[in-house]
Each structure stands twice: as structure tokens, then as C-alpha cells.
Ligand binder design. Structure first.
Ligand SMILES: [Mg+2]
Length: 265
């Protein structure tokens, strides 16, 4: 089997991290060997993650500890995309960040505030900072005219303790309560995928995106012309696939099946 006929053969890969390479920072079976094989064959690879809890430098370190050699500059994260979105669309804005601030170093040039007034509310990944107090602070800022920006709108991620409720559920709630629609900066944003293609220096028709999130990773990548590959690892649930109107180009048991599938082995 090959990638999308219209684009010709796949030459480069965008890889989701959580649920594709690791779960709770433990490597997924055969993922380490697969990435090093792709490297040996000179296949350009970038990691594209909606993870909001770590800076790129910290992610690179965590991946190295799990056995993956990925440099910080080879990792595209939702917080970095958020910073660039804010610089372009809300320069100089006072920004209230809903979520813990472990990624502050990736939010270069962004002024974070703790209280009103704020020009923008940014929703990060769901964590212990999603308290009633903080959600209500965000809600009131939005009612006072702040713009709503979400690093992503994923509904869940998988840890070794099970699925966890993610920021998407809160974004939906804030939208319904305020009548606003969030601008999304990480996956599935077209701009974010565009920066992944730019980093690979390849057109969409030559790139495959591999992820465990049917909507944010796979269907969104297909919408911009990439080949989409859904892995049955991480948060994959057959029910999500069965009830989806959109179909992935490919479904594989794990990332280890990707090189042979796309003719990269
Ligand atoms: Mg994932």
C-alpha cells in the first residue's frame, strides 16, 4: 500500500507523541526501534504534540530518557504555536492562562496576568489548575470582552491509570456559557500543521501524520492534504472510529507498522 495517490510517495513524517511514542513516558512497544530505523534511513521526522505540560527542552529530555533521540527544535508544541499566534493576532495583550505554567518559557513575548483585566484567555491542557475559581475567573474575563484561545480541544489522553478528561470538555463549556468560539492553536489548527510541513520542508502530499487522536491528528491532517495514519495505541478506541463519519487513510496496530505501510522500511 502507498500513501495518497494524488501526492505521490510519502517522504516525511509528522508524529504525535503521547499515545504514539509513549504512554506516561514509557515507550510504546517497538516505537524506539522504529524511530531509530527511520532516522538511519534518513526519513525526515518531526514530533507534533498538543502536550501543554512541558517545554520543548523538557520534552526532549523526557523522550531521551524513554529511549528516543529527538532534539528540542524537532518538537512542535501547542504552547509554542500559541505564543506565535498571540504575537501575530494579539500583540502586547494581557493573557490569562488557564492551566499550570510549566510552559511559560515557551510562551516567549507573552504577558501573563493573574487577574482582570485580561485581553485574552488561553486554555492550556487540563490539570490541577482547572479549579472552579480559575474557570470562573476565565468566564468573567470572557464576559468582559477577552478573546478565547485554546491550545487544543482534545477530550482525553491516556495515562497508565486510564483515560483522563482533557481541556476540550472545558472549552466546550466556556463556549456554551459565553457564546464565543475558541481559536485553536495546536492540532487540529491548519496553521499548526502548516508549521510542521514547513519544518519538514515538504508539501502536504509527501507527508504522513501518525496519531492516536482520530479527529485532531488524523482527520485534520488529511484535511490539509497529508496522508493520515491512525494507531491503535494510546487513547484509540474502536467505538470512536466506528461512530466517525470521517475515515482515516490507514489504521495500524502501532507506529512499528508505519515504515512498511508507507514504503519507508
Ligand atoms: Mg496522542
Amino acid at each position: 500500500m502507498s500513501g495518497r495517490a494524488a501526492g505521490g510517495p510519502v517522504e516525511g513524517l509528522l508524529l504525535d507523541m503521547d499515545g504514539v511514542l509513549t504512554v506516561s513516558w514509557k515507550p510504546i512497544d517497538r516505537a524506539v526501534e522504529t524511530l531509530s530505523m527511520l532516522r538511519r534511513r534518513g526519513v525526515p521526522v518531526r514530533v507534533m504534540t498538543n502536550t501543554t505540560s512541558h517545554s520543548r527542552a523538557a520534552l526532549s529530555g523526557q523522550l531521551r530518557d524513554a529511549g528516543f533521540e529527538v532534539a528540542p527544535e524537532e518538537i512542535l508544541t501547542a504552547p509554542v504555536a500559541t505564543a506565535s499566534y498571540l504575537r501575530a493576532h494579539h500583540p502586547g495583550a494581557r493573557v490569562y492562562l488557564l492551566g499550570e505554567t510549566g510552559v511559560a518559557q515557551d510562551l516567549e513575548g507573552v504577558t501573563l496576568v493573574e487577574r482582570e483585566p485580561a485581553d485574552v484567555v488561553v486554555v492550556g491542557g487540563a490539570d490541577e489548575a482547572f479549579t472552579f475559581h480559575n474557570l470562573n475567573t476565565a468566564f468573567r474575563m470572557l464576559l468582559s470582552g477577552a478573546a478565547l484561545v485554546a491550545m487544543h480541544r482534545n477530550f482525553s489522553w491516556l495515562t497508565d491509570e486510564g483515560l483522563c478528561l482533557d481541556a476540550g470538555a472545558y472549552v466546550v463549556g466556556l463556549e456554551a456559557a459565553t457564546g464565543l468560539t475558541a481559536a485553536v492553536t495546536g492540532k487540529p489548527s491548519t496553521d499548526f500543521f502548516g508549521s510542521g510541513l514547513e519544518a519538514l520542508d515538504l508539501p502536504a502530499g509527501r507527508v504522513a501524520m501518525v496519531g492516536d487522536d482520530l479527529v485532531s491528528d488524523v482527520l485534520a491532517a488529511q484535511a490539509v492534504g497529508m496522508t493520515g495514519v491512525l494507531t491503535r495505541t494510546g487513547k484509540f478506541r474502536q467505538e470512536d472510529l466506528d461512530r466517525s463519519a470521517g475515515r482515516p487513510d490507514h489504521v495500524v496496530d502501532s507506529i512499528a507498522d508505519v515504515p512498511a505501510l508507507l514504503g519507508l522500511a
